[in-house]
Write a protein that binds this ligand. Structure first.
Ligand SMILES: Cc1cc2nc3c(=O)[nH]c(=O)nc-3n(C[C@H](O)[C@H](O)[C@H](O)COP(=O)(O)OP(=O)(O)OC[C@H]3O[C@@H](n4cnc5c(N)ncnc54)[C@H](O)[C@@H]3O)c2cc1C
Length: 398
């Protein structure tokens, strides 16, 4: 206990000395976090300072092994770190698919050389990753993917396309599912391959969204190349790696959306105080709404604790299995319901698109709300997750 108390005191004082003032109290940072990568160009230069200091201290990947630049923290220490960061309301020094998806997958399936090559670049925020799973004809039926990779000496030559590749236009590398044996059963002819995006054979085209932004893209491979050392696990055994990564992805989506409430910064209670008349005692006067807000906060808290329990189990060696599908369904539904509630509270102020009469935060709420429509689709749709839960958790017949 005394050791943990010391750790808390050290962490508080380190954060106080090192976290830039402009990023505290929820202010001044990019809405969707510090993403790193070669194209990272934050409006607030303090984000880069925070990334560099956090990486040097191992706090970008607090629980990863120190040999790759992680913090090597125990789960108890990590909880304390997160608590201390919450106290300061500071953003994590780094976010992204490197930390939440490909990193954990490499720790599980990568060989020593692959870990040594890629994990430090992730931890230091030098390389940003995107995910090349979905194709125009392969979404829910992911194993039907057609993007081909053919061996040519030490390399693979890749031809085909991916779709809905989030942030491909800002990513440096892509982790990709490619077909390496077209004659095998469909799950058995797939390889998990890492591909450098900075080469002539890779073209990225952003897709505009209803929310007004274009976070995802089409990605085309025309004789693109990847060295064979970038095959994770084994040739034609990519489906196993793909499923492991999906477990990490679904837990991450549930965690990010279900607990934190997506990118929006005002709490429900603060929002209600801002837009709705208060009673003399400072409470939201509408009792029904008050109870809805309380229920949402209770559900979020309970869900957060459940996800934390699963993360603790993962730390102890239990990799996420089909339960990540339950988290994904519940977490994303919670996030969508939270945004509906926020829009209801803000009323017409939540329906602005641009121009005067709306605060920046209100315009962002409109876009965040529209963005939540994708929550039940990304990382595998809710229908598909329910199929997995039915079969693999409840044991129901096909
Ligand atoms: C915001 C967002 C970000 C994304 N980011 C990425 C990314 O970075 N990389 C990436 O590779 N992909 C990404 N995707 C793609 C995502 O994984 C796919 O959209 C998803 O898997 C569904 O595939 P699909 O769009 O082809 O729909 P389809 O598979 O065509 O499904 C259409 C409808 O049919 C239903 N359906 C299909 N099969 C079944 C079944 N067996 N039982 C019941 N219902 C079924 C689905 O639930 C859905 O409602 C992203 C998607 C979104 C929305």
């Amino acid at each position: 206990m005394a050791e943990l108390d010391d750790y808390r005191a050290d962490t508080r004082s380190w954060l106080d000395e090192n976290c830039p003032q402009s990023l505290r109290a929820g202010g001044g940072g990019s809405l969707y976090g510090i993403t790193g990568g070669k194209k990272f160009n934050p409006k607030n230069p303090d984000e880069r300072v925070w990334l560099e200091r956090g990486a040097e201290k191992g706090l970008t990947a607090p629980t990863w092994p120190t040999e790759y630049g992680g913090g090597g923290l125990s789960k108890e220490q990590n909880k304390i770190l997160l608590q201390c960061m919450r106290e300061l309301k500071t953003p994590p020094p780094l976010v992204g698919f490197g930390l939440t998806m490909i990193g954990p997958t490499l720790l599980q399936y990568g060989n020593d050389a692959q870990k040594a090559e890629h994990l430090p670049n992730i931890v230091q925020g030098k390389i940003r990753w995107c995910q090349g799973y979905s194709e125009p004809g392969a979404g829910s039926d992911l194993a039907g993917l057609q993007c081909r990779a053919v061996e040519d000496g030490d390399e693979y030559v890749i031809n085909g396309s991916k779709i809905w590749t989030s942030n491909a236009d800002e990513a440096d590398w892509i982790f990709c599912l490619v077909r390496t044996d077209p004659d095998a059963k469909k799950q058995e002819g797939i390889t998990f391959l890492l591909i450098d995006m900075e080469q002539p054979g890779v073209t990225v085209r952003p897709i505009p969204l209803i929310s007004g932004s274009s976070p995802f893209c089409e990605t085309f491979f025309d004789d693109a190349r990847a060295h064979q050392r970038n095959v994770i696990h084994k040739k034609n055994a990519g489906w196993t790696v793909a499923k492991a990564l999906l477990g990490h992805e679904r837990t991450m989506i549930a965690d990010a959306f279900g607990v934190g409430g997506g990118g929006s910064r005002l709490s429900l209670a603060d929002r209600a105080r801002k837009y709705l008349p208060e009673s003399a005692d400072g409470r939201v006067s509408d009792a029904a709404l008050r109870s809805e807000i309380a229920q949402m906060e209770i559900d979020s808290k309970a869900f957060g604790l459940t996800v934390q329990r699963s993360k603790d189990a993962a730390k102890a060696g239990h990799q996420p299995g089909p339960e990540s599908s339950m988290f994904k369904v519940y977490g994303t539904e919670l996030n969508m319901a939270r945004h509906e509630l926020m829009v209801r509270i803000a009323g017409p102020q939540a329906l602005g698109w641009e121009g005067e009469g709306f605060e920046d935060e209100e315009l962002q709420l409109t876009r965040d709300w529209l963005r939540t429509r994708g929550n039940s689709i990304e990382g595998g749709t809710s229908e598909v997750q329910r199929n997995i839960i039915a079969k693999r958790v409840l044991g129901l017949p096909d």
